[in-house]
Design a protein around this ligand. Structure first.
Ligand SMILES: [Zn+2]
Length: 375
């Protein structure tokens, strides 16, 4: 018996692609914001893969991956179910903004974090309508998902890459068991990332990740709280999607389905994109930074390997004259994920997003009071 999955008005049907709407929240002007839902189900039983996109308005390659991937031909070959939401933040998509005007904060930092909530604190704003909607959607994901991929875009001309987040584990119970389970989850995640076949980059170290609320992203909430493989992929340019990256992400997603047992056959080659593996694990880092206002002329581009001491940009004044020796150098070994946009920089601004050597362990403990301290 194939699993019956319902999300809003969409109901799974074996061998078919079903469409519907999930009610997220009401606008004061009388309309309800609904998220579009696609449920594609094979005839045979199998795992359930959730695919989400469109949480940041200007990042428009992800929805295309979902449209290209889900075809009747795929359904005829697959086992199990895909539940896809190509517009997690329709307001941001309509206005081409990262943040929705009705809840002006990064929507990809609003997902549950597992902490107890302070009830009715009169001095604190309650969760926004969007945050409440994501809490309910999290429960829907919990009910059926075995894995989730959330599609994003990074910068114009940046590499297509996938994040390999460190797993956080609890140290307030059986710590050895928690560590063992965390390592197993990290391994499962890495195996699916290898199947996806794009460049792999780790997130920042655990304490920075928590500081930046990155544990409250769509994929991180599923990864950390549901302990399921779930990852964010970054598909290069957002507002002018690159068809090669979209095609390579469709291939990568089909490979994830193969690894999960949803499709038969060997992994297909992921072609048409630059995949960088420097031979050591890497994490993302915004560097180098300029220490004065200047004009920047980048000397490297996405995918280039860099060594500490290599010049990566020329720095000049507004008249075009070199400042100092005229060069900005990398402090790290690694490679360029993407160039920051523009040529005019204020002091402290990063010029590149680099992937730098990362020898830190793949798992890290939650802070001791994390699950006790209400927010
Ligand atoms: Zn994004």
């Amino acid at each position: 018996m194939v699993q019956k999955i319902t999300l809003g008005t969409a109901q799974s049907s074996p061998g078919a692609i079903q469409y519907g709407w999930w009610q997220a929240f009401d606008h004061p002007t009388g309309i309800t914001e609904c998220l579009p839902v696609i449920i594609a189900q094979g005839i045979e039983e199998g795992p359930c893969l959730w695919l989400t996109a469109g949480i940041h308005g200007p990042e428009q390659a992800g929805p295309l991956v979902i449209y290209r991937l889900i075809t009747q031909d795929l359904v005829n070959q697959m086992r199990g179910t895909i539940v896809a939401i190509p517009a997690l933040n329709p307001v941001g998509l309509r206005t081409n903004q990262r943040e929705p005007y009705h809840a002006p904060s990064d929507p990809n930092r609003l997902w549950p974090d597992g902490k107890p909530r302070q009830v009715n604190d009169p001095d604190k704003d309650p969760p926004s309508s969007l945050e409440q909607a994501y809490q309910r959607l999290f429960d829907e994901i919990k009910a059926s998902a075995n894995c989730l991929i959330d599609y994003h875009c990074a910068w114009t001309g940046s590499l297509s890459f996938a994040f390999y987040d460190r797993v956080l584990y609890r140290s307030d119970g059986d710590e050895e068991l928690s560590k063992k389970e965390a390592l197993a989850l990290a391994e499962k995640q890495l195996d699916l990332l290898h199947a996806y076949g794009h460049t792999i980059v780790s997130e920042m170290p655990a304490e920075k990740l928590l500081d930046d609320d990155l544990h409250r992203s769509t994929s991180a909430a599923i990864y950390y709280l549901l302990r399921l493989p779930a990852f964010t992929v970054e598909l290069g340019t957002g507002e002018v999607p690159d068809p090669s990256i979209v095609a390579a992400s469709v291939s990568g997603t089909r490979n994830v389905m193969r690894r999960m047992g949803m499709l038969d056959g060997d992994l297909e080659p992921v072609t048409g994109i630059r995949v960088v593996d420097p031979g050591f694990p890497v994490r993302r880092c915004s560097a180098p930074r300029v220490n004065q206002a200047c004009v920047v002329i980048h000397l490297v581009e996405a995918g280039d390997l860099v060594r500490a001491g290599d010049p990566v940009a020329e720095i000049r004044d507004i008249l075009g004259r070199p400042i100092g020796d005229g060069l900005l150098r990398s402090e790290y070994d690694g490679f360029v994920i993407g160039r920051q946009h523009g040529i005019y920089y204020y002091p402290g601004a990063a010029v590149l997003c680099l992937a730098i050597r990362d020898d830190a362990p793949r798992i890290a403990p939650y802070p001791a009071d994390y699950f006790q301290k209400p927010v």
